[in-house]
Each structure stands twice: as C-alpha cells, then as structure tokens.
Design a protein around this ligand. Sequence first.
Ligand code: ZN
Length: 348
Amino acid sequence: MRALVLERKGELRLRDIDLPQDPGPDDVRIKVHTVGICGSDVHYYTHGAIGDYVVRAPMVLGHEGSGIIEAVGQNVQGLAVGDRVCMEPGIPDLSSRASKLGIYNVDPAVSFWATPPVHGILTSHVIHPAAFTYKLPRSVSFAEGAMVEPFAVGMHAAARARITPGDVAVVIGAGTIGIMVALAALAGGCSRVIISDISDAKLKIAAQYDGIIPVNPKTDDLVSAVNRETGNWGADVAFEASGAPQVFETIFKTVRPGGAVVLVGLPPKAVELDVNAAIAREVRIETVFRYANVFDRALALIASGRVNLKPLITRSYGFDQSIEAFKRAAEGRPADIKLQILMTPEVT
Ligand code: ZN
C-alpha cells in the first residue's frame, strides 16, 4: 500500500508499506478519501516529537479522515459497503475503566492514529472499528467529513464549558482549533464570541461568521475589550486555544464572577497561573483532551447547516503532492486554516 511515511524528523516519503488489510469481526475496511493535515502531523514532521510521544520508527501520518466502506466484519451492523463515512481516530480499550466511565479519550491505553508508534491514514485503505466509524449524512461532503475531527475538539470544549443560552464567550487563539471552539460555542447557545489573535489574517477569517467579534491584543487590550463588550461584568466562559504562555497570566480577568475557563491549547512549557484572580471570581476550570462522544453530534450540526466548515478549507492537494502540502503546512502561513489531501479524487 502506498502511504505518506514520516521516516524520521524532517523526512517524508511517499512509498509502499505493509499494513493490515483484513477487517476483524467488529471492524470495517475504509478506502480513504480525504485527509486533513493537523498541527500535530506537522509538529511530528518538523520536531519529531510532541511531549512524551517521540517518532522512533517510520510512521504514516494523518488522522483527520473520511472515506468509503469497502468491507465489513461479520459482527458489524449499521454500516455497509459503499457507505460514505468519517472516522474517529482514537481507539480505546472498551473494557478499560476510563471507557466504562465514558471518558475513553483519557484511557491511558487509547491507540490514536499518527501518534507514535501508531500509523495514521495517509494511505489508500485503513482498518477501523465500526464503533468509531460514522456514516456521513447525504448533505455532508467528504471534505467536511474530514473536518469533523478538529471540530470535535471544539464540540468537546463547548460541552465541558456547560454553556447556558445567551452566554458570552471569549476564545483566545484564532487558529483552526480556536475557530472550531468559537463555532461550537455559538452552536451551543452563545450569543457572541469575542475571539483574540495577534494575526489579523486569522481574525479576518474568524470574523466572517456572524456572532464572532475579533480583537487583536497587539492593538487592543483583551481584558478591556471584554469589559467593553460585557458592561464590565466579564465573559461567562473563556476558552484558551492558543497555548501561548503569557495568556495564562490574564485569562481569569476575562471571565465574570462564577464563570468558567476552559483550557484547550497546549503551552510549550509549564506556565504561571494567576490563582488569586481565579479564586476571587470562584472560576471553574476545565481541561480538554481531544474529545469523547461528540462525533455524531458534530455531524448532526454540520448536516443541519448550522455549522459551515467549508470556508475553513484553504486548499486541497492530490496524494502525489502530499509532501508539498506538508511543506506548506510547516510554513504556517497565517491565512491557511486547513489544508487537505485528496486520496480518491475520482469519487465526489
Ligand atoms: Zn487533528
């Protein structure tokens, strides 16, 4: 099977690789159609590691995918050959304590695509449990299907925030995940989302959505902007989606008394928190690690037309151009939100 293989840090190759072909009784085999390039794929390419996960052997990249079912295992119900699907990339141990609690995303035994040593899906076919494979509604394209994975992070963050209808939210960071969080917060009932980023190009993309108010902290102090928008009361919830260490010094000052702060972005090192500001407001702090139990809800929102992710797909590349696509992703152009790779362009 041809695959995009990260041989080692900085070295990508399109080559043949041996991967499993036969679905087990509870699995499906999927012909991969579209794969989004994630910040994590790029980070493994440029740095060879994310935290404790180190690339020690050649690894196929990619975990944001959609495709077509080609074969189903004997126990599989509800999915059939020819179905258009998207895939949830983390496979937990279904008998683990975390899975039984419903928090399978934090199962220490979870096996997640393109996280060393697990291969990803930038390859022609993949075997996957049917339980983590979701049929695309007719109105959802393969490109949108491959956006469900990053949108799921936003969905999970919005769920953790416990939004009440009419809430005002702040989202710090207008990268792919920041915008996903903002859209999920709006879909979850927020009346307005103030989004901040130091890139005007990113803010412009975010602000094309109704209800999103852009703030650039280079020219406008975020705490003052939030106070202005909320009559000096503060936002009901602030989402941290930038990972920038300095954000943690002031984030609690953006929320109202009794509000919530939801931490999504991963800072590159340990950060300092203004605990006094948090305690003075009795802020509820939540953290988000990937997602659990949201893929079907994300798909339902996209299918309903209430969430439109299409404007966030900047460009798609053919599989043959996937190394070029990764080089561009590694440049980190400010106006690039999502780059995708089309594995099966003949099917639409
Ligand atoms: Zn991703």
